[in-house]
Design a protein around this ligand. Structure first.
Ligand SMILES: Nc1ncnc2c1ncn2[C@@H]1O[C@H](COP(=O)(O)OP(=O)(O)OP(=O)(O)O)[C@@H](O)[C@H]1O
Ligand SMILES: [Mg+2]
Length: 319
């Protein structure tokens, strides 16, 4: 596969077996570029989590991968067929190469063990040669990386706010310097201010450490801000994959258009859409999509008003 992909998902299908099998993921093809943030959007029940669980092999029966493959292309130059590994190899691989943060992950911290000890546990398991002192130092660094003071290492989960605990989970996911982070609704349970801070943190850390992210949420406006590309899923299938900017300005699939038009913040007054300017910076960095002539762009009328803030922002840059 292409050198700069980190995951290739090919013709991938997952069923939940039962009297009436559910085809939860159907014939999905998707690549994740090295260091890329791919957003996975779609209504509740369309199969987003199933896809995430299946490629990380966390899927439990009656879920079953019925077709296709998911391949991890390590930065060290070898490939791992995710459907073929098991046991210790699989446990080593998870956290080390691909780490996950799931919705409500903050509630999976052990209430009677300090944050520091739980973080350190990742290192004692996966990096047995590290000394106690090195572990402690590294855990402190990790906490600071996600904006939590290192003196919190001694705290117990109940002494931290929900936002802080979710940050701890993100720190834990980054502990072993994974090449891919899979985040399934990682901030949904948090209030918007904390959510915003964490998202900014994730995009900053991605730039600094270069991991790729599959970011799952039904919050399309949020995905438009943080993603390089967005895949839209409907009833188990991916109906459209495109650069965030292109998906916003010229959605191809009718379902994408419907999804875009269902968010008032995307169709409202100028300025509603860009909440932090992340998208501006991104456009500045990558330039407008070559496939879209900025001045000739005709945004889908159902998706955005004529006063598209995105388009205006990039037009100003183009001057
Ligand atoms: N254990 C299970 N047994 C049977 N069917 C299941 C099971 N888990 C999920 N499903 C079905 O598989 C489909 C996909 O579910 P999934 O949880 O992947 O959706 P999702 O896109 O993550 O939704 P949400 O946005 O609500 O998290 C749904 O129709 C769901 O009912
Ligand atoms: Mg889900």
């Amino acid at each position: 596969m292409s050198l700069d992909s980190v995951i290739t998902i090919k013709d991938f299908s997952v069923d939940y077996l039962g009297e009436k099998p559910v085809h939860a993921v159907v014939d999905v093809n998707l690549t994740l570029g090295r260091g890329e943030i791919v957003g996975l959007a779609g209504e509740s029940g369309c199969g987003k989590s199933t896809l995430a669980y299946a490629i990380t092999r966390l899927l439990r029966p009656p879920g079953l991968i019925t077709a296709g493959s998911a391949t991890f292309h390590s930065r060290e130059g070898y490939d791992i067929d995710l459907s073929a590994i098991s046991g210790q190899e699989l446990r080593d691989f998870r956290w080390d190469k691909i780490a996950m943060v799931f919705q409500g992950a903050m509630n999976s911290l052990n209430p009677v063990i300090s944050i520091g000890a739980q973080l350190a546990d990742v290192f004692s398991t996966h990096r047995p040669l590290m000394t106690r002192r090195q572990r402690k130092e590294r855990c402190g660094e990790l906490l600071e990386r996600v904006g939590v003071d290192r003196n919190r290492l001694a705290s117990f989960p109940h002494e931290l706010s929900g936002g802080m605990r979710q940050r701890v989970m993100i720190a834990m996911a980054m502990a072993l310097d994974p090449q891919v982070l899979i985040m399934d609704e990682p901030t949904t349970a948090l209030d918007v201010v904390v959510q915003r801070e964490i998202l900014d943190e994730i995009t900053r850390l991605r730039s600094e450490f270069g991991f790729a992210v599959i970011f799952i949420t039904h919050d399309l406006p949020l995905l438009l801000e943080i993603s390089d590309r967005i895949a839209v899923m409907k009833a188990g299938r991916i109906v459209e994959v495109n650069r965030a900017y292109d998906l916003y300005t010229s959605p191809q699939d009718p379902y994408t258009r419907r999804l875009l038009s269902s968010f008032p913040s995307l169709t409202g007054e100028r300025g509603d859409f860009i909440r932090t300017g992340v998208m501006d910076e991104r456009l500045e960095a990558t330039g407008p999509s070559p496939s879209i002539g900025l001045r000739s762009t005709t945004p889908d009328p159902t998706a955005a008003g004529n006063e598209s803030p995105l388009r205006d922002a990039s037009q100003q840059e183009a001057k």
